[in-house]
Design a protein around this ligand. Sequence first.
Ligand SMILES: [Zn+2]
Ligand SMILES: [Zn+2]
Length: 266
Amino acid sequence: MKDKSNPQLTERAFISLERALQHSHCCICRLVRETEEQHIWFLLYEHAGDPPLRRRFDDASGFCHYHGHLAARILLEREMMSESAMARFYETAVMTYREALQQAIGAKRNPRAAFRGGKTPGVPSASLCMACESSRHAVAGNIAALLRILGDEGHRLDYVKSDGLCNPHLALAVQKADADAGRFLLGDHERRMEKLQNRLSELLRKQAFDSHETPTAAELASWADAVWRFTGVEWKELLVRREDAKTLDRPGHKGRQVLSPSMGES
Ligand SMILES: [Zn+2]
Ligand SMILES: [Zn+2]
């Protein structure tokens, strides 16, 4: 199932997407997060002593806020991690930051000039963060894979049965889709949003002071579903573990099927 028109679309990309469609929430958010976790783990495990990568890390002032805290969790929870991997990366980042501080201290002009305009020393930037860059590639690749499989009726049915996309990833997918796939995605999304609006309205009605009806589990979850629909999905726990890394998405491996209670209802 390799797409010759796009060399980035490997068989594994399609298998990953089929697996992600069986999980709850936005399939692109899930795949991007898995890529981020794998990228950071590999960076810490394999590249703490790689000078060119370390220079890029220093230039970016380390990870952005989101990926810095994700990296900390990976270091604490994943296998084969040691504090020294992160310390090695940040040792030179701190050194680079101190050089900027010392220049600001030694400058004759008002020190605030060194921290104004352009790249502010020591403030991580999402445009330079290495994990953000990996994330942008993962978004583009997985949306391309999704649009490719939506050319097939069977996969459209899988998509309809899944939780679909968050609104930001829907917008990106529609921008890249041909007219037919775009119409399919928009029509499907409108039906999901109509159901979400109904669940929100029912929750409000049943929680009104003069109502004695009990909201359903799906209605109680509606506000949280609205949050991830509009902003993308956030996970508290790591998605990739050692066993996952070894077995997931190998051709022939079916993956786990984890369905959330609200699946198919938003
Ligand atoms: Zn998403
Ligand atoms: Zn980042």
